[in-house]
Write a protein that binds this ligand. Structure first.
Ligand code: MN
Length: 228
């Protein structure tokens, strides 16, 4: 067998849409920030002194805007979490806050779909969150808007069947985008293609079959998904 042979077809690379471009953004890893808005930390029963933290999803959890996705398996409490997503064009370790934004390719609207019942059970048992967060099609992602300079600061909102569920300001983040990139780079070597979901504001809640979910982030873009 030649060195290039494989016993089965390799999994395809994962790409995200780039707004206004035929080019596509190749996704490497997905990092996520937990409890990065004070009001959401409170609604989850968190301690006000507890800093945000990281978890991850597999790259192939990305789902494009406009998709219809199945109600997730093994849950009866699938939750929406609207989030600003940072897409990186650069990387490194121990990135200083002052230069962190130089790594940013652009921003997108995203949803961190969560099997809340599994998350609560994991938390109570001190077990990992992977099954609650890193499941198939758990990372809906809108088109990435190329961006340079100061991070977006506008409204972030999510509606279900036209009713507002989440509506907050990106300025309410506990760690801002530069701080998130810097903190993340202390734990992992960041690289081009990495996505970081930056945490959700208050108002998370359940989805049911047939729900139409629409997300909007001021100056960044939109995203819509339907739960089959
Ligand atoms: Mn989240």
């Amino acid at each position: 067998m030649a060195m290039t042979d494989t016993p089965f077809t390799p999994a395809p690379a994962v790409f995200a849409e780039i707004e206004g471009s035929p080019a596509r953004f190749p996704v490497r890893r997905i990092y996520c920030v937990g409890r990065n808005y004070a009001a959401h930390r409170r609604e989850m029963g968190g301690d006000d002194r507890e800093p945000p933290f990281f978890f991850s999803k597999p790259a192939d959890a990305v789902v494009a805007s406009g998709s219809t996705i199945p109600y997730a398996a093994a849950t009866s409490n699938l939750h929406h979490e609207v989030e600003l997503v940072v897409a990186l064009k650069g990387g490194g370790v121990d990135v200083p806050v002052d230069s962190a934004l130089e790594l940013v390719f652009g921003y997108a609207a995203g949803v961190d779909l969560t099997r809340r019942d599994l998350q609560t059970a994991s938390r109570n048992k001190g077990q990992p969150w992977d099954s609650a967060k890193g499941f198939d099609q758990s990372a809906p992602l809108g088109p990435i808007r190329p961006w340079s300079g100061a991070a977006p600061q506008g409204r972030i909102s999510l509606t279900v069947n036209g009713a507002v569920r989440q509506d907050a300001s990106l300025a309410d983040m506990i760690w801002n985008v530069a701080e998130i990139i810097s903190e993340c780079s202390r734990l992992w070597r960041l690289a081009p293609g990495d996505l970081i979901y930056t945490g959700t504001p208050e108002g998370v809640g359940p989805l049911i079959s047939g729900d139409q979910v629409e997300v909007s982030i001021e100056d960044v873009g939109a995203l819509n998904i339907t739960i089959a």
